[in-house]
Design a protein around this ligand. Structure first.
Ligand code: 475
Length: 829
């Protein structure tokens, strides 16, 4: 009866009221409870790792509570949701971020200290969730944090990799890739949902049988894999909202390969079943090239299919017709990697929901949005038709049908310009006939985004010019941003406290516009003192890390000069190393009086190379070879040191970035779509030495040229320089340092030969020689500025003060309004 029900509900709420209190005793109770019953260690003896696990579970409980409230609230309000599909999320660690966003950091710290533990020490026990490669993947993570904080009804989707990005181990200066067993000790931040599963189907044939007059077809798949949901709650800051990152793990399906069982081949059937799990076992460690590998395609379809089923199930729970699907659903393609979702939604609507082609197509064109992170045509994803046709025969048909209608329409609009038709066609007729996923994504998305202004210009004038001319209104750009929660509050607590003190408020953590208020104090001597102290604290932390890692002692008086990011020729770590060789060479040739004037430097380089990228691996080796020489030269002492930081990942970045005085962003102009590392350094009061590329253009507008060190050819100058080929003049200093490498001054003469060949004799595609002089000038300007510590500190304060525009809160707000058409949906407290 109703009365009984009501009392049951009341009882439940009464009980829940007693849960999860945040006073020290309750927190300690919770932690000990998890030590005893979750981790199953004795409360009389548990180490830091076990304490971390128990702590993590206590935090997780609090996340789950808010997660439930948020999901219930979304369900009730049924707002338009943004579904963020991305093959990569580089989340890093969760503990510190969670307790800060939940607003219970200090309470936990107190509770732990009474138990004899330090929150910071326990936080170090956590492994990184490295489900991604580089910029694109970390951007997804920052955007999730902003979506949660700004109360947007968002869900992130990806597959659950068992091994994240490889762990980089350096042996004798060479990179080795080791498996990252990050899940071996369990992952308290994810919640297994054994009841949320969907079958994902592969292979097979499409019958000719028509389902209806509008081309619905029957696909008879041959293999089925089960997708099981793993939910990762993402808490917002200053809100109860906690959104979901849902990752799909592949499990063998009951229907899987039944035939083998029936033929009595039991062992093979079991082995075969194991293979299903391979789909979600590994992350492709390459962040540029596409090799058309079947496993990669399987991963893409696997996560896309499960996500689409989940999205449609949720929609159908609340709606009886698909007509309002576009009012309730925004589907975002984070690069082309998830773009099979287009064909999958089309397939479900036509073949399973029987909407008919035109109605389905109309829906498609109103729900998809797309962001590309690429600048070069070689970076565009192409899937060989043979591969797609064998794995997903029905999807290939659908893509062909979409293309046929598109090309017919196009002919009417642009006439029989066959070159242009071929460029725009989704199907590329080449040596290997393939599907151009970018063309598919542009055609089917109502909004196409670049990630900075320069990038957008390149897209509309070069890469996607043909499409831009057809649909200029589709093209937008949103300059990337990063979250100040992770990149200041979590990673730099001293700076966080200092900013709040001088602004007189913590509001900037949620509303970044306040940060600009620091500008008026930029010349204040008292702030300078405190600002320098904070930098020093962070430099000490970094210096201790360097010493623990490499045994190298570095001087805190030196300028800490950092370049950390994936290793790529276009990012020109080689230019940095050649600059360091030049600096070394100059110091060696100086007399005593001049040496006194040298500004001491600690040059720090870090980043992973894709395992198959030989040139990038040689650059890592060269860095070590040069470091070996310089660091062991007693003649040089503290004037110059070079350190390679291995295994650069999110948690290493959290340590390195706050400790940097200056950071380098050296991409040849026109090659970095945006760059987001620079924004993190900027927030941490680190000066930038950079080319005018990617989002540096916008950074200049905020910080001012006078407060940065800019150099190098501009985007519009690059092609003319390249055309000069061998006639391009390079400075003597450049030839001299390259010769040192060539002649074996740092050893490994033969091994480094190709690196030298790549940048000399008209081969210098990335223009290291052409930019060398202005690079050295920018470095000299930095040295000069560093001598005047007050001026330097002012520039540092102005860097932080001007970094507000580069918060992912601003980026996400723009996406919400101009691309996704979504509204905040705040969970009441
Ligand atoms: C850009 N990764 C940065 C950043 O927009 C930009 C590609 C293929 C497969 C796996 N990963 C990738 C990228 O393309 C990538 O990380 N791109 C980067 O995206 C965010 O700031 O300039 O290079």
């Amino acid at each position: 009866s109703f009365g009984e029900k009501k009392s049951k509900v009341e009882r439940i709420f009464e009980l829940m009221d007693g849960f999860l209190k945040n006073d020290p005793t309750s927190l300690q109770n919770d932690i000990l409870h998890h030590v005893e019953y979750t981790v199953a260690r004795s409360r009389f003896s548990f180490d830091d790792f076990e304490a971390y696990q128990a702590l993590a579970h206590s935090v997780r409980d609090r996340l789950i509570e808010r997660w439930h409230d948020t999901q219930m609230h979304f369900k009730r309000k049924d707002p338009k949701r943004i579904y963020f599909l991305s093959l990569e999320f580089l989340m890093g660690r969760s503990l510190s971020n969670s307790v800060i966003n939940l607003g219970i950091r200090d309470q936990f710290a107190d509770a732990l200290s009474q138990l004899g533990f330090e929150l910071e020490v326990l936080a170090e026990q956590e492994g990184d969730a490295a489900l991604g490669n580089g910029g694109l993947a970390r951007l997804s993570a920052c955007q999730m944090d902003s979506l949660a904080t700004l109360d947007y009804p968002a869900v992130g989707y990806d597959y659950a990799n068992q091994y994240g990005l490889f762990r980089q181990v350096i042996l004798d200066g060479f990179q080795h890739e080791h498996l990252d067993f990050w899940l071996n000790f369990g992952n308290p931040w994810e919640i297994e949902r054994v009841h949320v599963t969907y079958p994902v189907k592969f292979y097979g044939t499409v019958t000719d049988e028509l389902l209806n007059e509008e081309n619905g077809k029957v696909w008879v798949p041959k293999r089925t894999v089960e997708a099981v949901a793993y939910d990762n709650p993402i808490p917002g800051y200053g809100t109860r909202n906690t959104i979901n990152l849902r990752l799909w793990a592949a499990k063998p399906s009951d229907q899987h390969n039944m035939e083998s069982y029936n033929t009595g081949d039991y062992i093979n059937a079991v082995v075969e079943r194991q293979r299903a799990e391979n789909i979600s076992s590994i992350l492709y460690p390459d962040d540029r090239s596409y090799q058309g590998k079947e496993l990669r395609l399987k991963q893409q379809y696997f996560f896309v299919s499960a996500s689409v089923q989940d999205i449609i199930r949720r929609f159908k729970d609340a709606h009886s017709t698909f007509d309002d699907f576009p009012e309730k659903v925004a589907l975002h393609l984070n690069d082309t990697h998830p773009s099979l979702a287009i064909a999958e939604v089309m397939r479900v609507l036509v073949d399973e929901e029987h909407l008919g082609w035109n109605r389905a197509w109309n829906i498609i064109c109103n729900v998809f949005t797309f962001t590309t992170h690429t600048v070069s045509p070689e970076g565009l994803e192409k899937i060989p038709v043979d591969l797609l046709g064998s794995l997903l025969p029905r999807h290939l048909q659908i893509i062909y049908d979409i293309n046929f209608k598109f090309v017919e329409e196009l002919k009417k609009r642009i006439g029989l310009d066959y070159n242009r038709l071929a460029r725009m066609s989704i199907v590329e007729e080449g040596a290997v006939k393939s599907i151009q996923m970018a063309n598919l994504s542009i055609l089917c998305s109502h909004t196409v985004n670049g990630v900075s202004r320069v990038h957008s210009k390149l897209l509309t004038t070069k890469l996607f010019k043909d499409f831009y001319e057809l649909w200029p209104e589709k093209f937008q750009y949103k300059t990337n941003g990063v979250t100040q929660r992770r990149w200041i509050v979590v990673s730099n607590p001293s700076l966080c406290a200092l900013i709040s003190k001088w602004l007189g408020t913590e509001d900037w953590i949620r509303d970044i516009d306040h940060l600009i208020g620091l500008r008026e104090h930029a010349a204040n001597g008292e702030l300078h003192q405190e600002w320098k102290m904070v930098k020093k604290v962070n430099k000490i932390r970094l210096a201790e890390y360097i010493e623990a890692m490499s045994g190298l002692k570095v001087s805190l008086d030196a300028m800490f000069d950092v370049q950390t990011k994936r290793i790529h020729e276009y990012k020109r770590q080689l230019l940095n190393i050649l600059g360091i060789i030049h600096r070394y060479d100059c110091i060696k040739n100086m007399d005593k009086n001049d040496r006194i004037k040298v500004v001491p430097r600690v040059c720090i380089i870090g980043g992973k190379a894709a395992p198959g990228y030989e040139t990038a691996k040689k650059i890592i080796k060269l860095c070590h070879a040069v470091a070996e020489k310089i660091n062991n030269d007693s003649d040089i002492g503290d004037l110059l040191k070079l350190v390679f930081i291995p295994d650069y990942n999110v948690s290493v970045a959290e340590l390195v970035i706050p400790g940097a005085d200056i950071s380098q962003h050296l991409s040849t102009a026109g090659h970095e779509a945006s760059g987001t590392g620079s924004m993190k350094f900027l927030m941490n009061g680190c000066l930038l030495l950079a080319t005018v590329d990617g989002s540096t253009v916008e950074i200049i507008e905020e910080i001012g040229e006078d407060n940065m060190f800019l150099f190098g050819a501009k985007v519009h100058e690059v092609s003319a320089l390249r055309e000069k080929g061998p006639a391009l003049k390079v400075p003597l200093q450049f030839s001299r340092v390259v010769r040192m490498v060539r002649d074996g001054y740092f050893g490994f003469k033969d091994y480094f030969k190709s690196l030298c060949d790549n940048i000399e004799g008209g081969q210098d595609y990335y223009l290291l020689g052409a930019d060398f002089t202005s690079y050295l000038e920018a470095q000299a300007a930095a040295d000069k500025a560093y001598v005047d510590q007050e001026r330097w500190t002012e520039m540092s304060i102005l860097s932080t003060a001007g970094s507000g525009r580069f918060s992912s809160d601003r980026t996400v707000e723009e996406y919400a309004q101009k691309t996704w058409g979504i509204q905040p949906c705040r969970c009441p407290f």
